[in-house]
Write a protein that binds this ligand. Sequence first.
Ligand code: SF4
Ligand code: FES
Length: 248
Amino acid sequence: MNLTLKVWRQKNSNTPGRFETYQARNVIPDMSFLEMLDVVNEDIIARGEDPIAFDSDCREGICGMCSLVISGIPHGGHRGTASCQLHLRHFKDGDTVTIEPWRAKAFPIIKDLITNRSAFDRIIQAGGFVSVNTGGTPDGNALPVPKTDADRSMDAAACIGCGACVAVCKNASAMLFVAAKVSHLNLLPQGKAEKDRRVLNMVKQMDSEGFGNCTVTGSCEAVCPKEISLSFIAKMNRDYGVAILKGR
Ligand code: SF4
Ligand code: FES
């Protein structure tokens, strides 16, 4: 199959960007979207030009590095699917596909399709951890965890930190990401000691990074490759309210 690609090219954050048109010729439907970009880059390199810069690592939906807005939708709009898991069989021969980076003030463009998502790292550093004394491995049964809490915590922990929720949001809100990271620890007994401090510090860091407010449109949940539920935002808001009241 053949595709026409309109790809955002931008040298760095200080240089204006533009769409460039490329042809993906004789690509096969079972290729992943990133493999198709590899093939296009081989052609570009053979012509002596600068290849398209894009992020990837695991290429199996685990690491959160792939970050492409494909025809206007972060990760391309297939439920529970990261850009690296998207296959060309979802496109038609002859389609024109636009490829852009995440667009949010808190994610400045580094080059082409690569953005700087270290704002997420700083939010995690503000509270996305538990402080424990190191020592011998404790008995697995020493700290009982209700099954419902364990399941819900695991659902939140599935967040891969890709940033699609920010990219799709009209307010560039990071609430779904932060809610997932706060909740996966706050739900467990191991996370209780730092529960209040965690939610206050992570929300404070989120605000200082320039992410917008949540107006509950739900677009974040719709594009999230791990289908993180909006209900975690409600849970984080409750944890935040309780922490504020306790502080008073
Ligand atoms: S909540 Fe979903 S979309 Fe947002 S960073 Fe986590 S995995 Fe990505
Ligand atoms: S490259 Fe790791 S999630 Fe896509």
